[in-house]
Design a protein around this ligand. Structure first.
Ligand SMILES: Cc1cc2nc3c(=O)[nH]c(=O)nc-3n(C[C@H](O)[C@H](O)[C@H](O)COP(=O)(O)OP(=O)(O)OC[C@H]3O[C@@H](n4cnc5c(N)ncnc54)[C@H](O)[C@@H]3O)c2cc1C
Ligand SMILES: Cc1cc2nc3c(=O)[nH]c(=O)nc-3n(C[C@H](O)[C@H](O)[C@H](O)COP(=O)(O)O)c2cc1C
Length: 763
């Protein structure tokens, strides 16, 4: 740090962020001169209780054992979450949370800061412009930070309002567990999030959709009437205790959450901290956690770096990823509560599981470690619904589509291998698909198999338009049926505007250096700058293409395939009709979504009419274009509804790859929320796909009802035996292995157990 002059720091705001920052900085850098300006009086706080997970408490303990000891002496600790829904209470234990009154937390932090020599000034509103002599100005002035607003262009601030209204109330009711309760009204769903935070007080947050709030008339009701309404609605959970507001200072007690983000967290000598920098929805209870962890990181960075600018950079580098991770989880959680109506058809067991795993952070195995009995009950319930007498890991539940029985929920996603000569699948395909079928997946997909030579993506793509193709595929299908319990699906497609491109390991989506063939599409819109302009399809073209698909379907029947999928995703022909980004037609096949779907639906109907009644059909869609004026997840629901009405048994929910302008949001299971939306809003079967990489995720997706089947692509390229390995790791013995491989299974199980035991010892 500075050799001669002490570091002068001013915090605007004495909330959890500003106060804890001053405490940690005093500990790691005792000579710093720190002033905290708080506009309110010391005990003049809004709100009720805050919640910390055990992990956050650990971070506080490491940063300042004294603060931790004082908080620990007062907090209420609880272990279980109760989900009250449709007259039942589902309890899951092992959750490990602590609650404390926000007022007490602030009191503890104030006392500690003062004891360490921080100059805390109450009733002292201040603006950054009034602070002349500080080396560092910490903007810890909360979600509505005026300091941030004064420089919002420089900070790159974005504010995103959400769809719910909520009221933060107190109540004398004792809640044994963190309690969620849901009540349906004529105007929509209301929920409470309730938790006890001291000997006799609990926080009760009442929440509902904005339109429900308005339709109920809460927007014009007085605070007293709003509260009376909520008391009546949730009477059976409140034990006769009134709900109390302490938000008299607000114009309305009903708030709406705003997600705050900033592209930069510092500007000159000003640095953003806590809610001023970022917010996270209260439904994962992490705003104060983030504020305190920011405080620790900034204080440590200032102690480690003599120059404030370097300290700000180090602080931002350390915190940004963690904050983003938490905000992503919080976003999933926010969306879950905004869409309670979507899950209303689920039975209590699955509704509760979906709620518990809503952020996609708490996995099936996490839940098992926390409360094994709870997970066994869920697995038992799922098994019973599948006609099994014993619980099984959810990925091993059987599934039926028309007359096709799948032995489990794992699917090998369609993946182009680019190894065909003139479209013929050869020995490479036999071994590739054969090995994956032996590897235990319930269903194995062919890659996009093209219905004509000029329908191919690349010269290496598989086809279904010549006798050799039928013979090649039949050999593979026969092998799968004769040697494995797996079923095998044929994915049929036409590349449309994305045709005549290079194979996957060259420059995919780029045209061939030579030997290109002409392209067709809905409109003369090329996929990219270098791609050829497709010719706008005429009615004759549509009839010809429809016939090609019907011919390929008949060859698929002759080859013995169990399921037929129409590829309507990823910017290929049908997808290019569905998305307005490439469909610019002005006839009956362009314009509205209904029109854009017309040709894909015509082809689907022709296939359904020719594909055997006893066999299922699926459709792969891109559930979003990830481009502002493109297909949205709401459109995807309508697309799925239309295909379902036309006889699709399963919607295979992929996303994107329809435009080079797309800005996808990647992450674990990043496309699964689209499957969840379609499945639960329409009540139809879906398959999830996209960055699903382990058995734990598959189990969670199936148990929560986010999909009926789970397709795994790249992990199956790395491990054809994904499912057999998962069965061994989960001690699931009913998974059939090829008989000749049984000694391998036993050896694998022994080795896995030894590795698990060794990991346990290390822990
Ligand atoms: C309904 C609800 C429930 C929540 N539940 C939880 C929970 O259970 N767990 C959890 O961890 N978090 C929870 N939070 C989030 C939590 O309240 C905040 O994330 C947390 O308080 C952020 O701390 P902060 O210090 O950054 O901001 P704040 O707590 O907002 O503090 C900012 C302070 O700055 C002061 N200030 C503002 N402007 C000036 C000025 N110009 N001059 C001087 N002072 C100023 C304000 O008076 C205030 O005291 C919840 C939030 C809500 C709305
Ligand atoms: C090499 C490769 C080829 C692919 N070919 C196809 C295909 O032919 N048809 C299709 O619908 N999707 C295709 N995909 C997409 C996958 O089916 C899957 O949706 C995607 O890889 C995301 O899943 P993952 O994260 O499990 O890999 C392909 C993916 C890869 C990696």
């Amino acid at each position: 740090m500075r050799v001669n002059a002490p570091l002068r720091v001013v915090s605007i705001g004495g909330g959890p962020a500003g106060l804890f920052f001053s405490i940690v900085l005093k500990r790691v850098h005792p000579c710093a001169e720190i002033v905290v300006h708080e506009r309110n009086a010391p005990d003049d706080t809004f709100g009720w209780g805050v919640v910390f997970s055990d992990q956050t408490l650990g971070n506080i303990a490491a940063a300042d054992p004294d603060t931790f000891a004082r908080i620990a002496a007062e907090f209420v600790h609880w272990d279980a979450i109760d989900v009250n829904y449709r007259g039942r209470t589902i309890r899951a234990g092992g959750q490990g949370f602590a609650g404390i009154a926000r007022k007490r937390l602030l009191g503890i932090l104030q006392e500690r800061a003062l004891a360490l020599g921080v100059d805390v000034r109450f009733r002292s509103p201040i603006e950054a412009g009034d602070i002349a002599d500080a080396d560092v100005i910490v903007a810890a002035d909360g979600a509505n930070s005026a300091t941030r607003r004064a420089h919002e262009t420089t900070f790159g601030t974005t504010l995103e309002g959400r769809r719910c209204r909520y009221m933060w109330l107190g109540c004398r009711q004792s809640f044994e567990a963190f309690t969620f309760a849901f009540e349906r009204t004529d105007h929509g769903w209301f929920q409470i999030h309730a938790y006890q935070f001291d000997a006799d007080t609990s926080t009760v947050i009442v929440e509902c959709r904005e339109e429900t709030w308005r339709a109920t008339g809460l927007d014009t009701m007085s605070t007293a009437d709003s509260i009376a309404y909520c008391e009546r609605l949730f009477a059976r959970f409140l034990g006769g205790h009134p709900l109390v507001s302490n938000a008299a200072h607000l114009a309305s007690p009903w708030l709406s959450f705003v997600q705050v983000n900033n592209a930069r967290w510092s500007h000159g000598n000003i640095v953003l901290l806590g809610d001023a920098a970022h917010t996270a929805h209260f439904s994962i209870g992490s705003g104060t956690k983030l504020a305190l962890e920011d405080a620790i990181a900034l204080a440590n960075a200032l102690a480690a770096h003599p120059e404030p600018q370097a300290a700000f950079a180090a602080y931002e580098a350390e915190r940004r990823i963690e904050v983003l991770r938490l905000q992503n989880a919080a976003r999933n959680s926010t969306e879950w509560f905004e869409n309670v109506a979507r899950y209303a058809a689920l039975e209590s067991e699955q509704f509760a599981y979906s709620l518990l795993s809503r952020s996609q952070r708490l996995s099936h195995e996490n839940l098992k470690v926390r409360d094994g009995a709870y997970v066994r009950r869920v697995e038992g319930w799922l098994a019973e619904r599948s006609g099994l007498s014993q619980p099984v890991p959810p990925m091993f539940l059987p599934y039926r589509l028309r007359e096709v029985e799948l032995v489990n929920r794992v699917v090998v996603s369609p993946m182009a291998m680019y190894r065909c000569q003139d479209g013929t699948p050869d020995d490479f395909y036999l071994v590739h698909l054969g090995a994956r079928a032996q590897g235990g997946a319930g269903l194995v997909f062919t890659e996009m198999t093209c219905v004509a030579a000029d329908a191919r993506i690349s010269p290496g793509c598989a086809g279904m338009y010549r006798d050799e193709h039928l013979a090649g595929w039949k050999r593979i299908v026969d092998f799968v049926h004769a040697n494995t319990p797996a079923k095998i699906a044929l994915q049929l497609g036409h590349a449309g505007p994305k045709g005549s491109t290079q194979v996957g390991w060259e420059s995919p989506d780029e045209p061939l250096p030579e030997g290109n063939w002409p392209l067709i599409g809905p409109s003369p819109v090329p996929f990219g700058e270098r791609n050829a302009i497709p010719r706008e399809m005429t009615r004759d073209d549509m009839d010809r293409v429809t016939k090609q698909f019907v011919r390929a379907a008949h060859m698929g029947i002759a080859a013995g395939f169990d399921l037929l999928e129409l590829h309507c995703a990823h910017g290929y022909l049908f997808s290019s009709f569905i998305t307005p980004l490439t469909n610019k037609r002005t006839d009956a096949y362009g314009g509205s979504l209904e029109n854009r779907l017309r040709f894909p639906l015509e082809v689907f109907a022709a296939l359904r009419a020719n594909w055997p009644e006893r066999l299922p059909m699926s459709v792969r869609i891109s559930a979003t274009d990830w481009v502002e004026e493109g297909v949205t997840p709401d459109d995807a629901v309508e697309i799925a509804r239309a295909f379902h009405a036309a006889g699709a048994d399963l919607i295979d929910v992929s996303a994107g790859q329809t435009s080079r302008r797309a800005k996808p949001v990647y992450g674990r299971m990043f496309q699964t929320p689209f499957s969840d939306k379609i499945r639960n809003e329409l009540g139809i079967a879906t398959m999830a796909v996209g960055n699903i990489t382990d058995a734990d995720q598959v189990n969670g997706i199936i148990a929560s009802g986010r999909a009926d089947l789970v397709a795994i692509g790249r992990m199956h390229l790395a491990d054809p035996y994904f499912t057999l390995h998962a069965a061994a790791a989960l001690d699931y013995t009913a998974q059939p292995w090829p008989l000749s491989y049984l000694p391998g299974r036993d050896q694998y199980v022994r080795t896995s157990r030894r590795a698990a035991e060794a990991a346990e010892v290390v822990r």
